[in-house]
Write a protein that binds this ligand. Structure first.
Ligand code: HQG
Length: 181
């Protein structure tokens, strides 16, 4: 992605996932904001975004974090919210194994309490080890947990997959976790 677009992507993450009210924006129940409203609200708050740059962020963002609706009139973050939204995702059967990247200092608590969502709506799991390693590395030296997703699913726990390929689940009890690296 063009480095010039990174601050725009971060601004969108903040306001489409966590703090729409801070710029006077309202998300609907599925997390959508009107594109015109978003651009106006951003400009009003001293962060004017050109429409073409918004499109470029949606299309070239490294993790495809944002999407327009079919008409192109609305935009939302495809995962990672802390505000209450229902993304309308259908339950899906996960692969037998998924991965979670974290850091050593959280492990004692994780093995006591399982993985919990913290401020977000879901626990985020990765389909491959490399992605989990990157997620963990945001906080320090990564510790990788293997998640027995197939067994969880057979035990009746529900999985979703966001549009950009992140697996989402309400929580992961510690009995489904093992340390991999
Ligand atoms: C930890 C980024 C103590 C958990 C990434 C994590 C991801 C516990 C942190 C997405 C715990 C929550 C999400 C427990 C979980 N005790 N710590 N019982 N249970 N934790 O940021 O998974 O770039 O909310 O291990 O790539 O790190 O923003 O979740 O370290 O996909 O698109 O609590 O965010 O995507 O942190 O990251 P987060 P995450 P974006």
């Amino acid at each position: 992605m063009d480095p010039r677009l990174v601050p725009i992507s971060k601004f969108l993450a903040k306001h489409l996932r966590h703090a729409p009210g801070e710029i006077g924006l309202t998300l609907d129940g599925e997390g959508w904001a009107g594109v015109d409203e978003l651009l106006a609200a951003s400009a009003r708050h001293g962060f004017a975004i050109a429409y073409d740059d918004l499109v470029a962020v949606v299309e070239t963002n490294d993790k495809r974090r944002y999407a327009f609706d079919a008409t192109g009139d609305r935009i939302r973050a495809v995962q990672g919210h802390s505000v209450a939204v229902d993304l309308g995702l259908e339950p899906r059967e996960p692969p037998e194994t998924l991965w979670h990247g974290t850091v050593e200092r959280f492990l004692t608590s994780i093995f006591e309490r399982g993985l919990v969502p913290g401020t977000r709506r879901h626990v985020h799991l990765s389909a491959d080890v490399e992605t989990a390693r990157k997620v963990g590395a945001r906080r320090g030296r990564p510790a990788i947990l293997q998640v027995a997703a197939g067994r969880m699913h057979r035990d009746g726990l529900t999985f979703y997959r966001s549009e950009n390929g992140v697996w989402l689940v309400d929580a992961v009890p510690s009995g489904y976790l093992s340390r991999m690296g």
